[in-house]
Design a protein around this ligand. Structure first.
Ligand code: FAD
Length: 401
């Protein structure tokens, strides 16, 4: 039996089965709503149909916004404005869970839009200074710079004069955000995106880490373990951080663009950057957890996952190495509205936990909501687990009456 298999027999200091803890923040009504949403997202045709219908009816000005806002938006997003998401942050905070505000406006494509996103991110960092329930910020590089430009940088294509100027502006925007995060002493997580722009993002993240992570990890890069080249890259990053005497901030995820990656590779005839099976991805994710723990003196980690086994493995390694549950280098993180059984039980046992909380106008969060629903449809096991835990809690509440 290998090390990763053997942990399943060990006794862990936390269980994910306590649904009273998991849903302490939800009223019966909210719980029923969540149940209904997860039942609906089990049907891929219905999800596609409803996503398209929502986009169309909103663009036609039909009054569907209140319905979306009271249902899927409420389940997966914090609100449109500060007054709304502040309540969610405070509620999560009561359970010892931090909030990572995710400014979810997608599709920004011009300089004015990129500057607007930068301002919004600086505003979140400012808010986080006086709010202990906001432990850090997250961002997508494509929200402050053009995808086409990043694609050229990744492909090492030569840039026109205008593109060179755009490239300098993008780097300067990122530097302003990381500098503000450093001054506020609150980390910023740089999300990973599609492989054809990721080398550009990686290069920028590495530069920012070597500048701002001298004492602690302020800038975090993200590793997508569904890519078969990421473990080698991770080892290189660890070496680089040791030689450069800085801390390596790493968010580890499996990866959100699987279908897109495979389709593009097949269309353009190159080898897919994605592992050939889910098993491989799981193995590499768990290997990355092991590497984090072995190098915990120099690595700070955020495990962004809804996979119970991976969370249990991390807990197991922490127990084995006698690391405190609230070790400052280790965070667990899930998306808001998902896997509350993991987040709330971990927080209740004293682990560092945060939730990604998207916010913004309902119309702008539609692509995020559609992705959430489609991703959930694709993860059949995860959906059954969400439904199973909600049903268990509903039964428990009924019996307790
Ligand atoms: C806090 C947080 C931050 C995130 N940040 C990012 C980010 O920056 N960039 C990003 O891309 N995603 C990000 N994600 C999304 C994340 O990648 C998905 O939530 C994740 O892929 C779902 O996997 P899981 O670890 O929860 O577990 P699981 O449900 O066990 O795994 C599902 C995942 O396994 C992989 N997989 C499934 N089938 C196969 C297959 N046949 N072959 C190979 N691999 C397969 C896919 O990545 C799939 O999404 C983030 C998630 C969280 C919770």
């Amino acid at each position: 039996m290998n090390k990763i298999e053997s942990f399943k027999n060990s006794v862990l200091p936390v269980s994910f089965e306590d649904t009273a803890i998991a849903f302490q923040h939800k009223s019966d009504r909210d719980l029923l709503l969540a149940y209904l949403i997860f039942v609906l997202t089990k049907n891929p045709f219905l999800v596609k149909f409803l996503s398209q219908a929502a986009k169309l009816t909103l663009s036609m000005g039909l009054p569907v916004k209140p319905i979306i806002k009271a249902t899927v938006f409420k389940q997966f997003c914090g609100g449109e404005k500060k007054e709304e998401y502040s309540k969610v942050i405070a509620n999560l905070g009561k359970a010892g869970i931090g909030t990572i505000l995710d400014y979810s406006v997608e599709g920004t494509e011009d300089e004015a839009g990129f500057e607007g996103t930068k301002k919004e991110l600086l505003n979140i960092i400012e808010q986080s200074k006086s709010n202990p329930n906001i432990p850090c910020t997250c961002m997508k590089i494509t929200a402050i710079g053009s995808l086409e430009l990043l694609e050229k940088i990744t492909a090492k294509d030569s840039l026109s004069k205008d593109e060179q100027r755009e490239w300098l502006q993008l780097q300067s925007r990122l530097d302003a955000i990381c500098k503000a995060a450093h001054q506020a002493n609150k980390p910023v997580y740089i999300d990973a995106e599609e492989s054809w722009i990721q080398a550009g993002i990686d290069a920028m993240a590495e530069k920012m880490m070597s500048t701002y992570n001298k004492d602690k990890a302020i800038v975090f890069t993200t590793l997508q373990l569904y890519r078969w080249d990421r473990i080698d890259y991770f080892r290189r990053l660890i070496k680089q951080a040791r030689t450069g005497s800085y801390k390596l901030g790493i968010k580890i995820v499996r990866g959100a663009y699987l279908e897109k990656e495979r389709e593009r590779a097949s269309l353009l005839g190159y080898k897919s950057p994605i592992n050939s099976s889910k098993l491989e991805t799981d193995k590499e994710y768990n290997e990355a957890i092991g590497l984090c723990i072995e190098n915990i003196d120099v690595v700070e980690i955020c495990a962004g996952t809804h996979n119970e086994n991976s969370c249990k493995l991390l807990v197991h390694y922490m127990t084995e190495k006698k690391l405190a549950n609230n070790h400052p280098h280790i965070y667990f993180s899930q998306l808001y509205g998902m896997s509350d059984n993991i987040s709330f039980n971990l927080a209740s046992a004293g682990y560092n936990v945060s939730k990604y909380l998207p916010f913004g106008p309902v119309e702008s969060t539609l692509p995020y909501l559609a992705r959430r629903a489609e991703e959930n449809t694709a993860i059949a096991g995860q959906m059954s687990k969400e439904l199973e835990t909600i049903a268990k809690e509903l039964r428990r509440r009924k019996q307790a009456q």
